[in-house]
Structures are given as C-alpha cells and as structure tokens.
Design a binder for this molecule. Structure first.
Ligand SMILES: Cc1ncc(COP(=O)(O)O)c(C=O)c1O
Length: 402
C-alpha cells in the first residue's frame, strides 16, 4: 500500500482554528469547564423566518440537484443584496456564483486561476485559510505585515512594494478576521489607486463580516469606492456570519463572467450545487427583513467594549479596539519570557494560548496561525456573562505569570 499523500495536500496545514475548536469539544466531553472563545461563529440562532423557508423547501420538494453554482432565485437575491448594500450591479445569470460556504468560494477562485509560481498578496494578520488555499493551488503567498502600530491595516506603499509581474491576486478582508480591523472608504480608495497602477492584478475582497461594523463611517467595499476595478474584482460574501448560518454552508461572490464560469466548471467536478435546502434558506435570509442585523450588531458592540476593557486590564496585554467583526486581537508582547506557576516559560503565543487553556480553561487561538506574533485571537461571539468569566480567567492567568 502506498500511503503517501499528494504534493498539493502536503503543502497545506490543518486549520488552526478548527483544531482548537476540536480540542475544546474534547475537553467539554470529558467534563472540563472550558470557555471556548476560539470559534468564529455567532452564538445567535439562525432567524426563524430562515428556518421556516428551509422547512417549506423540504415539504415543497426542493430536494433535487440545482444549477451547479446556485438557483436563479438565490442568484437574483444575491444580485439584489449587492445592489442594496454595496451599490454594485451584477447580472444574476452570468456574474454570481453560489458555493458551499465562503471558504469554498475562495477555494474555487484560487484553484481556478492560480498557476505554479503565481503570487497572491495577503495582508497579515490574515484568516488562517488564505495562505493554505494559495499553497494548495500551487501559488506563492506574499505576506504584507501590518501590526498594531498601524491599526492592523496595510499602507498603500506596502501594497505597491509587494506587487511584482508575477502577482495574480491581492486578497483584501475588511472587517478582518482575526483583528477586526476595518478599512474606511478613504483607506480603500488609497489602496485602489495602487491597484490601478498594476492592471495585471486581480482583487478578491472578502466582505464576510460586512454587517458586523461599528465605525462611524459606513462599510465600503473596494469596487464601490473604485468602479474602475469592477472588471477585475471578485466581491465575496456569505450567509454564515450575518445571518448566523455557519452550518448551512452558503457563500457567494459577484465578479467578471469569465471567472464565475471558471469557478462553476471546477464546482461541477467537485461538490456540484450547494445543498438545495440551504439555498432556499439563504434566499429567504437575503430577501427578508434585514432590521435584526442592527440589533445583533449592537449586541456585538457591547461585547466588544466589555472584552477590550477587561483585556486591557490584564498584565502584559495590549488590546486595540477593533471597528468590525467579532474578534479582538490582543498583543501579548508583555507576557513573553515570563514563567507559569508550573514552571513553563512562555516563549511564544502558542505556549501562552496553551497555558490559558490547560491551566485556566479558556480557549483562544495563537497569533502565529494568523501570520504575526506575539498575539492571540479572541472571538467574542458569546454571552456577556461567559465573556466576563473568560476575561476574568485571562486576567488571573496573566497576573500569575512571573
Ligand atoms: C474572513 C473569512 N472569510 C470567509 C470565511 C468563510 O466562511 P464560511 O465558509 O463559513 O462561509 C470566514 C469564516 O470564518 C472568515 O472568517
């Protein structure tokens, strides 16, 4: 038997966030009182009107294969969403792709377009999955570092310096997972001006956290602020975070017809259509009353303020206040080099996160997984009571380091 795995598989790592979620589940099963702040998943339930639409779809026989990259009903709902929220016009038949989660959307786009040696520019801190998808496709991630001193946002000159003749894509994500950093329209415009000088470069904007937004100025996406980039931008979004539909697995994108067609070709030989029931649910989510998004956003903002306040009181941590998503990303420089009561030296953010979990039963994700250390990611998509308890444990953990 040949148990060797493929070179493509060997180029990627298992997802660090999903690995931590697995560790938390195991600890909980064995009775440990662990608080999980590692999963990127809202604690809110999927709205009832969405669940009702799914049940109706089952009863109504929407249980068969659909068009590979989405039903026309859903594509039309997505095109309306892009018009309503972002002022973007896409032809539902030719310019919208529906996939099995946003991760799949990004995977399709990369695998359909990246050849060996192609470069993909990724600002760090990045969502753990980005470099792995690029590596899987045979491309080369080119990382730009943006630390807390620049509010975790890249500068136009950094972008310009990272682009080469081999650059195929630039991958933007605002609000960001893991830092919550959110680019204003003015900041996006400055990046767009750089991109206009490099017409061979395609742009992905991952807007998954669009509706979890606290800044005074409204959310903006790059084609909205720079329509000249329309023909070479894939605008990615999905139902997971805004509608608390992580398990339903619906992601989508609007973009140039040739790219949407290429993604459908790949999908036709892998997953085929996303689940027909989930597509019906997503159609209802996008077409329904959107007012609950504001209420949920206000709840997230209260939680953010609670967590930022408490973590900034922890010795050795510095926690910037993010303007979007449901993550904070405390800098842990002040904890490095210290020793735990059990004598373990904290020589990396991975060791710190292990200490939080093993000795204080709080699960977070270490910063190295997101491309810059020393830091860790806290997901605050859980109740204020649990967050208060968890941040109290982190404060205690930090205070007992020597
Ligand atoms: C930045 C970002 N993009 C895309 C996704 C993909 O979401 P899903 O595949 O659950 O739709 C996630 C999920 O965590 C994310 O954080």
């Amino acid at each position: 038997m040949n148990a060797n795995t493929s070179a493509a598989l060997d180029r990627i790592q298992p997802s660090a966030t999903l690995a931590m979620t697995g560790r938390v589940a195991m600890l909980k099963r064995s009775g440990v009182d662990v608080i999980g702040l590692s999963a990127g998943e809202p604690d809110f339930d999927t709205p009832d009107y969405v669940k009702d639409a799914a049940i109706e779809a089952i009863r109504g026989g929407k249980t068969k294969y659909t068009i590979v990259d989405g039903t026309m009903e859903l594509k039309e709902a997505i095109a309306r969403k892009f018009k309503r929220d972002n002022g973007l016009t896409y032809d539902p038949a030719a310019q919208i792709s529906v996939n099995v989660g946003g991760k799949h959307t990004l995977f399709n786009a990369m695998v359909a377009t990246v050849d060996a040696g192609d470069e993909v520019v990724i600002p760090a801190h990045y969502w753990v999955t980005y470099p792995d998808i690029v590596n899987f496709a045979g491309g080369m991630p080119v990382i730009i570092s943006a630390g807390a001193n620049q509010q975790y946002k890249i500068l136009p000159e950094q972008l310009d310096a990272a682009i080469t003749p081999r650059t195929r894509w630039v991958l933007l994500n605002s609000p960001s997972n893991p830092t919550g950093a959110a680019y204003s329209a003015v900041e996006l415009k400055a990046l767009a001006e750089v991109l206009l000088r490099h017409p061979h470069v395609m742009v992905i904007t991952d807007d998954m956290y669009e509706h979890i937004w606290y800044a005074e100025t409204p959310f903006a996406t790059i084609v909205e602020v720079c329509p000249e980039l329309y023909d070479r931008t894939l605008t990615v979004n999905g139902c997971a975070k805004a509608y608390a539909m992580t398990g339903w697995r619906i992601g989508f994108a609007g973009g140039p017809a040739w790219l949407i067609k290429a993604m459908a070709k790949l999908q036709s030989q892998s997953t085929s259509n996303p689940c027909s029931i989930a597509q019906a649910a997503a159609t209802a989510a996008l077409n329904g009353d959107q007012s609950f998004l504001k209420e949920r956003n206000a709840a997230f903002q209260r939680r953010r303020d609670l967590v930022v306040g408490m973590l900034n009181e922890a010795i050795g941590l510095h926690c910037p206040t993010p303007e979007g998503a449901f993550y904070v990303y405390p800098d842990a420089t002040g904890c490095l080099g210290k020793t735990t009561p059990k004598g373990v030296v904290i020589d990396s953010d991975e060791r710190l996160v292990d200490y939080f979990l093993d000795d204080h039963q709080v699960a977070t994700v270490h910063g190295a997984a997101f491309g810059l250390s020393p830091a860790f990611r806290v997901s605050y998509a859980t109740s204020e009571d649990l967050l208060t308890e968890a941040c109290g444990r982190i404060q205690k953990a930090c205070a007992t380091l020597r």
